[in-house]
Write a protein of this length. Structure first.
Length: 360
């Protein structure tokens, strides 16, 4: 197959591209406009492979998308290109509307017109896989809000959970999800949607919690915790996610949605303390890294808990995460400690760990 991946130079996108090139015989066309979070250095291991192709294209540019589709003739579309940082969406929501909504619409229209030109066998084979987030669902009841004997029965997000996005980012992704489903229902475009929990792992841009804490810790900076740090997330190792995405696009059913999670609910404060504990062992200093923890004002509309029910993808596609949070977190920290050049490159002139998302 020839798979067109949008946003393939980003964190999850690059993991997906590396997985496809390294573990399958498929070709990949990486379409990315290389914003601050896109980095071709994340694809250095596959960049010279003859089955890998790169196109410097903005998904809002219809003429360029038409050219890419005509030239490469993809069998599958895996759409990951998106603005994805909640704090940035609070400070500047317009970029999220443009990329996540208008960009998805433009890609859908390009794909639809291309799909309609294909012979019947190719039409039946074609898939448009839209990769989204669990943040479209809003938040869930928190263990602190229920009796101890009820914690085990707290709900998780399923494929039937109603949408209730809290941030401009989440609302823009919810909008794109609805567009994809509408193009399937109205035009018959063979689409699939997947919604994932928080990803972590190598090559993660350091505005997100885990890489930011790792880099701040080793640089002797404060480790900022929003509010009390009691927000709970389900953490998914990015390489597990890449395996799941390939399963969905190759084995998933048209018109269906698949939730992808890591089976790892953790409070933010516990994540930070775990990072500090591993760093204390791997890169010891006179005092514990935990002494760098500071508490800062919470961001507006901060969801308290996310958790994914993966029953459907487990039963129907036989996928399970391979990494526990302990094994995945240690691998992640070890990667950042041995890839300081990459870290310095992505931070150079782009992001220095400053606080974002204070504007309500």
């Amino acid at each position: 197959m020839k798979i067109l991946v949008t946003g393939g130079a980003g964190f999850i996108g690059s993991a997906l591209v590396r997985f496809i090139i390294e573990h399958t015989q498929d070709e990949v066309v990486n379409v990315d406009k290389l914003t601050y979070a896109g980095n071709l250095a994340s694809l250095q291991s596959v960049s010279n492979n003859p089955r890998y192709h790169f196109e410097l294209v903005d998904i809002c540019n219809r003429a360029e998308l038409d050219r890419v589709f005509a030239e490469h003739q993809p069998d599958f579309i895996m759409h990951l290109a998106a603005e994805s940082h909640v704090d940035r969406s609070i400070t500047g929501p317009s970029d999220f509307i443009q990329t996540n909504i208008v960009g998805t619409f433009t890609l859908l229209e390009t794909a639809r017109e291309y799909w309609q030109t294909l012979v019947l066998a190719k039409q039946n084979q074609f898939r448009f896989h839209h990769i989204s987030t669990d943040e479209v669902f809003g938040d869930l009841p928190h263990p602190d809000d229920v009796c101890a004997d009820q914690v085990a029965y707290l709900p998780k997000f399923t494929e039937q959970t109603s949408y209730a996005p809290s941030s401009p980012y989440a609302a823009s992704k919810a909008s794109s999800d609805h567009l994809v489903r509408a193009w399937c229902r109205t035009y018959g475009l063979p689409t699939i949607v997947s919604n994932c929990s928080n990803n972590y792992g190598p090559y993660h841009f350091p505005e997100k919690l885990i890489p930011l804490v790792i880099l701040n810790a080793i640089e002797g900076k404060d480790l900022p915790i929003y509010g009390k740090g009691d927000q709970i997330r389900d953490w998914l190792y990015v390489e597990d996610h890449a395996r799941a995405l390939y399963k969905v696009v190759t084995e998933g059913k048209v018109g269906e949605t698949y939730n992808i999670g890591g089976h790892n609910e953790q409070r933010n404060i516990d994540v930070v303390k775990a990072i500090c504990g591993i760093l204390d062992a791997l890169l010891p200093k006179e005092t514990s890294y935990a002494e760098q923890i500071t508490y800062v004002t919470d961001r507006p509309g901060h969801d308290r808990r996310y958790a994914i029910d993966t029953t459907k993808i487990s039963n129907e596609l036989n996928w399970q995460p391979q990494e526990t949070f302990a094994t995945g977190l240690r691998k992640t920290i070890e990667w950042y400690l041995t890839h300081q050049t990459w870290c310095q490159h992505v931070q150079d002139g782009r992001y220095q760990g400053e606080r974002l998302g204070l504007n309500s």
